[in-house]
Ligand binder design. Structure first.
Ligand SMILES: C[S@@+](CC[C@H](N)C(=O)[O-])C[C@H]1O[C@@H](n2cnc3c(N)ncnc32)[C@H](O)[C@@H]1O
Length: 221
């Protein structure tokens, strides 16, 4: 849905992010996070790329996952730290200030059972997205799962047209206020498959604009 463009505005005011993103997504992001966290089993090692204020990290940890959350924003991480402490989950959560594009320096191959990422790939360039997905493949053990939720370009042409028309003024406003932008990801499933994953499920909501993908690492990928 086009209003995800406005999430850049929310990121510039992290204290309002959780409430704002739930309003912008009409509660669908919370539902997406719950479906994503179902992939984290007790004791499994989980990486949350672009964990932000830690909502998905916390859900995975509450299910018994050992979660590492990374993000480039110290302000978002500060809020995540507070939420983790309030939930009493410090022993199961590690939060690190780092970029997805530095994953290759930090972790060795097959470190994780599950990689999750929500609303981050739409903030990366095409090259960064492809690099990060290849890194996800390297970091997962054989048979490990990649679970991604993001704003995507809708498949049907009327919805694509509507999304373009609605997006333009929001992109302009967001850029004026934050000098940043996002792009709905074209063919997220195909890009994930290109990185060596078999897509197991793909669910759309918000008029086809929000997609949750569960994929499994292909050993021959
Ligand atoms: C829209 S927020 C999503 C936060 C959270 N995953 C959620 O679903 O609410 C995007 C997050 O990605 C982070 N981010 C953007 N580019 C990144 C990068 N290259 N590496 C790591 N985090 C990044 C931002 O700092 C921000 O916290």
């Amino acid at each position: 849905m086009s209003t995800f463009v406005l999430m850049r505005l929310l990121e510039s005011a992290p204290r309002r992010y959780d409430l704002g993103i739930q309003l912008l997504s009409l509660g669908q992001l919370r539902k997406a996070h719950e479906r994503m966290a179902e992939q984290a089993n007790p004791g499994e090692r989980v990486l949350d790329i672009g964990c932000g204020t830690g909502s998905l990290t916390l859900l995975c940890a509450a299910r018994g996952g050992e979660v590492t959350g990374i993000d480039i924003s110290l302000q978002m991480l500060d809020i995540a730290r507070t939420k983790v402490a309030v939930a009493g989950l410090e022993e199961r959560v590690e939060l690190m200030e780092m970029s997805a594009v530095d994953l290759d320096d930090e972790f060795s191959a097959q470190t994780f059972d599950v990689v999750v990422s929500s609303l981050v790939f739409s903030e990366l360039s095409d090259d960064e997205r492809r690099f990060t997905l290849r890194e996800c493949h390297r970091l997962l053990r054989d048979g490990g799962r990649l679970v991604v939720a993001d704003e995507v370009v809708p498949r049907s042409w009327p919805l694509r047209l509507l999304s373009r028309v609605l997006r333009f003024p929001l992109v302009a406003l967001t850029y004026i206020l934050t000098q940043t932008t996002t792009q709905a990801v074209p063919d997220l499933e195909g890009t994930i498959a290109d990185a060596g994953f078999a897509v197991r499920s793909a669910e759309h909501s918000l008029l086809g604009g929000l997609e949750v993908i569960v994929a499994e690492k292909r050993e021959d990928g």
